[in-house]
Design a protein around this ligand. Structure first.
Ligand SMILES: C[S@@+](CC[C@H](N)C(=O)[O-])C[C@H]1O[C@@H](n2cnc3c(N)ncnc32)[C@H](O)[C@@H]1O
Length: 214
């Protein structure tokens, strides 16, 4: 039986999402992505990512899904001056505006690696146990493989952050058998069924699963 919950109305959701404004550069990256009809991270997700990055004093972050750089810039802003972002996207063209955005934000190229190619092929080439955060925000149909790759990449105490886990209400609807819903559920089960993590699901943006590697 599910727990009784107090459901906030749409105004409360919007209030929470917009409560902490992203930096002007992150806002611009979001706007550019939206104009191009691709979905960037939400403002609430940006605030959450920056807070988590600061909370664990992250110095090495991997993200899957660069797009225009909104989440990447959020990590760079959240990390200290020695923090390094590794961002993977299958679309090399997506990373061009991200590179320009990071440079405009004052981040030298030594602070970030933009890798274009299949995340499934690239993640195994990164160093085991070397990362403080792995942020998954790429192709939903590959979430199971990304989650498997993340477990290897994270150090103990590192955070796995999986975005869009509620995916437009598809995942919570037991009658929804779309490919995205099925695969996101599988990815979630791999995390919750693993003894390697302690996790929580946050209803921010389109849903975020945050898990600390024990
Ligand atoms: C949601 S966007 C990433 C958003 C980004 N992290 C941000 O902060 O704005 C997803 C990224 O995954 C890549 N991708 C690859 N295959 C995809 C697919 N089938 N559907 C959506 N995105 C896909 C896209 O190139 C895109 O940059």
């Amino acid at each position: 039986m599910s727990n009784p919950v107090h459901s906030p109305d749409a105004a409360s959701w919007s209030f929470a999402e917009d409560y902490i404004a992203p930096s002007p550069d992150v806002a611009e990256a979001r706007d550019e992505a939206t104009v191009n009809t691709i979905t960037p991270i939400s403002t609430g997700v940006a605030a959450t990512l920056k807070m988590l990055t600061r909370a664990i004093d992250a110095k090495a972050v991997v993200e899957v899904g660069t797009l225009m750089g909104a989440s990447g810039l959020t990590f760079l802003e959240g990390m200290g001056p020695d923090g390094i972002l590794t961002s993977i996207d299958v679309e090399a063209d997506n990373q061009i505006p991200a590179r320009a955005l990071f440079a405009r934000g004052g981040f030298t190229s030594s602070r970030f690696r933009l890798i274009s190619g299949s995340p499934i092929e690239i993640m195994p080439k990164l160093r085991d146990g070397a990362y403080d955060i792995v942020f998954i925000n790429g192709d939903k149909l590959e979430y199971v493989e990304y989650v498997a790759g993340a477990l290897r990449l994270l150090r103990h105490g590192g955070l796995l952050v999986v975005n869009d886990v509620l995916w437009h209400n598809h995942v919570a609807d037991p009658d929804d058998e779309s490919d995205e819903a099925i695969i996101i559920r599988e990815a979630l089960e791999a995390i919750t069924g693993s003894e390697s993590y302690t996790q929580a699901m946050l209803p921010v943006g389109n849903g975020m699963l945050v898990a600390v590697k024990d």
